[in-house]
Ligand binder design. Structure first.
Ligand code: CUA
Length: 170
């Protein structure tokens, strides 16, 4: 088969570009441990609200005193709608969805993650005191624009830590 020289140059060019793209993705994932905001933890979206990891939403402290925020996204709200967090303290967010893909964007901060049914998105960040808007930034249906929540970030000494061994309220 006769392939024109000019066309052959383009075919090789495309092959080299694809090889570079795949190699750079593999190098970032395997070499630099750069992953999406998650640690690839999965969950069944149909039973997520009954799952021990998400049965109780809101703020918790673990036994090492670290702050965790557990949030479930569903059309068209976040559970819980408001969180009160301590300022200048690392907070690890654990997010999942029970229906479609949502986006958890803490506006004007670096806190943001896609919230994908079947997966738990996780990231850790901290904030100065203030009021923060959380917007859904993935189009999820007719009520997408109403899907918002608030974070109240208060000075650490004014923050009321949740009871560590609180019983699950269902
Ligand atoms: Cu949820 Cu858009």
């Amino acid at each position: 088969m006769k392939v024109d020289l000019y066309e052959r140059i383009w075919m090789w060019g495309v092959a080299v570009m694809l090889a570079v793209f795949f190699a750079s993705t593999a190098a970032a994932a395997l070499g630099s441990q750069i992953h999406p905001p998650s640690h690839v933890e999965t969950i069944d979206p149909k039973t997520a609200l009954a799952d021990p990891r998400f049965r109780r939403q809101g703020v918790t402290l673990d036994d090492r005193g670290r702050v965790h925020a557990t949030v479930v996204g569903l059309m068209f709200t976040w559970l819980p709608v408001e969180l009160t967090l301590p300022a200048d303290t690392p907070v690890t967010f654990h997010l999942t969805s029970v229906d479609v893909i949502h986006g958890y964007q803490i506006v004007r901060t670096n806190g943001q993650a896609m919230v994908v049914p079947g997966y738990i998105s996780q990231f850790t960040t901290q904030f100065p005191p203030g009021e923060y808007l959380v917007a859904c930034n993935e189009y999820c249906g007719v009520g997408h624009h109403t899907m918002a929540s608030r974070l109240h970030v208060v000075a650490k000494d004014q923050w009321q830590a949740p009871a560590r061994e609180a019983t699950n309220v269902q």
